[in-house]
Unconditional design. Sequence first.
Length: 276
Amino acid sequence: MSAQKDCEFLVKRARELVSEDPCAAKAWLITARTLYPADFNIQYEMYIIERNAERTASAGRLLYDMFINFPEQPIVWREISVITAALGLVPPNQEPVKTPEEQGKVKSKTRKGNDLRLLPCTSKAILPFCLQLMLACFKLRAFTDNRDDLSLGHVVVLLQYDWPQGEMLFLKAVDKICQQGSFQYENFFNYVTNIDMLEEFAYLRTPEGGRIQLELLPNQGMLIKHHTVTRGITKGVKEDFRLAMERQVSRCGENLLSVLHRFCINEKIIIIQSLP
């Protein structure tokens, strides 16, 4: 039996077991993915099972994996277009995300409804997908050789979801900030409430942390000029930062998904403009 037929058999067997024994179906697909990690159909079937079962976090991770490993697959981009449109991240006058093949065409074809895989239009179902997809997109810019503090800041905000799974990537972001010697992201105190992240950024300001210049407060450039004239840059800016950090620590108990939902809605324009 060829490898292709083996894959088809494993996927078919999993489909047969989904309704009566979901755990067994998942076991078949895990085995299949281990044997054939480069097969798209196996990973897509795993994603469909998790999505239909409304296990949004695991489904989001699987869709993220497909986005990274199989960007040429049209069905991946269709899933992305449904998610981003449902959450309101696609402006009314902008067409949904197109597949690589569709992007090369002058005339776009109208999609039929039965070509799309639909999810319930609720934040609980859609938001985790959207956060994973945005993280995948912003990583492309944040960790290139070119400096992009805005994308790096977005990555820090998004890594709060499903913490501590993204801790290693967060530490990579911190390393890049240390290499730069400075970091500017004026939305930091609006959306970063993770206590581990707050402690790390507070440490960066200390002599032991490298005295990294952090511009995390709105209009901090103007504040620096003000403090230079009135109280001295070191005393004034350090005091503002300390007070802002104390206020932020008191927000650590806020509902994280609500914070991230506000991030998606309030920063919609800048998010779209920042996407690769």
